[in-house]
Design a protein around this ligand. Sequence first.
Ligand code: FAD
Length: 382
Amino acid sequence: MTTLIESNEHKSLREAVAAFANTHPHTTNAEDNTRLWQAAAKLGYIGVNLPEAYGGGGAGITELSLVLEELGAAGNPLLMMIVSPAICGTVIARFGTEEQKREWLPPLADGTRLMAFGITEPDAGSNSHRITTTARRDAAAGDWILTGRKVFVSGVDIADATLIVGRTEDARTGKLKPCLFIVPRDAPGFGRRAIDMELNAVERQFELTLDDVRLPADALVGDEDAGLLQLFAGLNPERVMTAAFGIGMGRYALSRALEYARERTVWKTPIGAHQAIAHPLAQAHIDLELARLMMQKAAHLYDAGDDVGAGEAANMAKYAAGEACVKAVDQAVHTLGGNGLTREFGLARLITASRVARIAPVSREMILNYVSHQTLGLPKSY
Ligand SMILES: Cc1cc2nc3c(=O)[nH]c(=O)nc-3n(C[C@H](O)[C@H](O)[C@H](O)COP(=O)(O)OP(=O)(O)OC[C@H]3O[C@@H](n4cnc5c(N)ncnc54)[C@H](O)[C@@H]3O)c2cc1C
């Protein structure tokens, strides 16, 4: 029997991932995180959205987001799932050449290779139209030469390559015509510097320099002239997956707070009986459930091939999940009183981590701008 919201297959997948995730304690170092990633990949979870013909599960972003949500709800939100299978895997599967698919999709699916994604630039930030990373062709050799800078790119050190968003030299002025390049981690001229983030996460963020990085012609993914459409094919899954990241983390924080509120007694009844504690937790639960509904809508639209409809829903889902995550973590920390700030209970570290869902990959304000302009038809201020 299929319910309106989630099929029996989805429920089974959710249960299986939750059972798997609960047998893996919260990972605090890169080795454990890699082991978890590979174990999840072996079970088919990391590449569940990639085509079967290339070693994936043949399902969609619906299933992939469900996997990330359940891993997060157990305390292990694998940030690189937002990037490697969701953005890079999707873009290569949809627009890559046969050779690129054969080279990248099977290892991305089985967890033996990882790909990062770099679009953000120091002088462009939220305004991706201003990116200046430029690709010029070496006419004689047929190569591409990339020059530019990126910032806040996650996991470049553990990724075998980074999918870099640049623009071609002809398109340097005028409207953004992005093009996507696979840049191997050790390509000459490709420099990285870890940013000292106040984030207690296993995955690190990097500032990148591309100093005349020479790439073969086949490093370009997709059509040089159809870049924006191709880019959004990857960015909509990224938003859905960031929603899953936020919802999973919010659920994790909420469940820790509920355990505590049921037990901790300083008057006659456990603190969870006081409505000042119970109601905000109930609100946090409602907000997370609502965010999940929008995430499911966005994922279903995307998987059904409606890129435009998915765009609006994915933005709204990311917004709702980011806000729900921040609120759930804040209330969870508060529920634990002083213990909310101890390392032992592990909630304080989520205060900064939860903000990631509000800022990246597109900030709360930029989504409100999108909805103001695109959905509500209001004029732009910028
Ligand atoms: C943990 C983490 C991981 C990340 N991983 C990656 C990654 O893997 N790859 C990658 O490419 N990027 C990554 N990013 C970058 C992320 O996508 C950017 O930080 C984000 O897009 C915001 O850009 P910015 O930091 O330059 O902020 P800015 O664009 O400088 O914005 C600063 C503030 O101004 C507001 N603002 C800007 N313009 C407007 C406007 N028109 N109206 C109203 N408010 C506005 C913003 O909402 C924000 O609050 C990551 C960031 C973090 C924190």
